[in-house]
Design a protein around this ligand. Structure first.
Ligand code: IMP
Length: 185
């Protein structure tokens, strides 16, 4: 990475303003879990985390769920600059288990253009789950390039690039406890 890019990417997290505090994220995750506990009661769903961004959200969400659930992961990548997706989505790592006949809930950190999740939903539908839902923590509907509506969402946000709580900018800032505004897009 060149020196100038490196300078642009490194920001002191304390200089970024907080969009959602740890506390407000916790409350929203609990509320989502209550809805999902209700909806999936008596079922044995598989939660599919989309790596890497969903790892903290998924961990917090499943610990609030009172269901006989399983967890699996996929890794997807889209190519482009640090804050832009290129539109090309690729499956980098597949599920370990089979999802045929199962209730599947895809867990994603953020829906932006919608390209990643529309690709994943198409891929998983071909495996004939008995149901397929999507939960995302953040949704940026203004940026959508393809029609895509999550079934459950934490917060709707405007056109901003955010980091923390699993979300990164070039692999940095995933560990921040709250969600911060990195850069207005
Ligand atoms: P989409 O395919 O454009 O909907 O993008 C989804 C992926 O882009 C997410 O899973 C994130 O990895 C990344 N992304 C989109 N917006 C942001 C953001 O504001 N911060 C960090 N990552 C983002």
């Amino acid at each position: 990475m060149s020196g100038s890019n490196e300078r642009w990417l490194v920001m002191n997290p304390k200089e970024m303003s907080i969009l959602f505090s740890e506390q407000s994220i916790r409350e929203r995750v609990k509320a989502l879990a209550r809805e999902m506990n209700e909806h999936f009661r008596g079922r044995k769903p598989v939660f599919v985390g989309v790596l890497k961004g969903s790892f903290i959200f998924l961990g917090d969400l499943v610990r609030e769920l009172d269901l006989d659930l399983e967890v699996d992961f996929v890794a997807l990548s889209s190519y482009g600059a640090a804050t832009e997706t290129s539109g090309e989505v690729r499956l980098e790592a597949d599920l370990r288990g089979s999802i045929g006949g199962r209730d599947v809930i895809v867990v994603e950190d953020i829906v932006d253009t919608g390209l990643t999740l529309s690709y994943l939903v198409r891929l998983l539908r071909d495996r004939h789950p008995s149901s397929l839902s999507v939960v995302c923590l953040l949704d940026k509907p203004e940026r959508r390039q393809v029609k895509f509506e999550p079934d459950y969402r934490g917060f709707i946000i405007p056109d901003l690039f955010v980091v923390g709580y699993g979300l990164d900018c070039s692999e940095r800032y995933r560990h921040l406890r709250d969600i911060r505004i990195f850069e207005p897009l």
